[in-house]
Design a protein around this ligand. Structure first.
Ligand code: SF4
Length: 241
């Protein structure tokens, strides 16, 4: 059984085309800006049979068009890699395109099998500086970078997603470090800069937690343009989402 937090139909934000987005429960990171803090706990969500998720995907398949499909997000989908494997095989048998939106922080054999079955991986790089990554997420970024290396080595297409948080992840030197680290990766198709937002802030209160980024300003368009222009020095396709 798979722990599902929620679904979003006709999503256009998490991967190519029109997609069914399945938000899974449980994440080992503790990102200060997490917009879905209710997906972090490993004991929440609804235990769901893989066949039920397949049924939803097949029902929505007519809307997917040529590029769309199913995206697994969260939470951290690879935390349930073993449970997801049969579902991924069923989706492939039905010709459904699969994306995984992952923080790349979990490395084991099940995760490698799961990523192998996905058509596209959306890898969230939180920070290039290990200390800043740890401050932001609770863990350093060594496994995240290993995941990227593994995808490059095994030929798995991926996009990078980077949330630009003023004062936390918008350091010029770290954006250059990101560019230098990934510029020669052949499997990297695209880099998405995601503006910082506070849409999930109210959820912290509901969970009895404090939103630690209170007072952090939103990005100005000049900041987003500057980050884009730095990354365009290294990559062919950079978008601000
Ligand atoms: S990796 Fe994603 S789900 Fe996990 S804490 Fe960070 S933002 Fe939230």
């Amino acid at each position: 059984m798979i722990r599902v937090h929620s679904y979003e139909s006709l999503g256009t934000y998490d991967g190519p085309g029109i997609r069914l987005v399945v938000f899974l429960q449980g994440c080992p990171f503790r990102c200060l800006y997490c917009a879905n803090p209710d997906t972090i706990g490993f004991d929440g969500g609804h235990l769901t049979a893989p066949e039920e998720i397949l049924r939803r995907a097949v029902n929505e398949q007519p809307f997917f068009g040529k590029k769309g499909g199913v995206t697994f997000s969260g939470g951290e989908p690879t935390a349930q890699a073993k449970e997801l494997l049969p579902l991924f095989r069923m989706l492939k048998e039905n010709g459904i395109h699969i994306c995984i939106d992952t923080n790349g922080g979990i490395r084991n054999g099940y995760v490698e099998k799961l990523l192998s079955l996905a058509d596209l991986v959306l890898l969230d790089i939180k920070e290039m500086d290990p200390q800043r990554h740890k401050k932001l997420t609770g863990q350093d970024n060594s496994r995240v970078l290993e995941t990227a290396q593994w995808m490059e080595k095994t030929g798995k297409p991926f996009w990078l997603r980077y949330v630009l948080v003023p004062g936390l992840t918008d350091f010029t030197e770290d954006l250059h470090a990101l560019g230098k680290h990934f510029k020669d990766f052949n499997m990297l198709q695209k880099v998405d800069i995601l503006p910082y937002h506070t849409l999930g802030a109210h959820k912290y209160e509901a969970l009895g937690k404090e939103y630690q980024l209170k007072g952090t300003p939103l990005n100005t368009s000049a900041q987003l343009e500057e980050a884009k222009s730095i990354l365009e020095g290294y990559f062919n396709v950079v978008t601000v989402c």
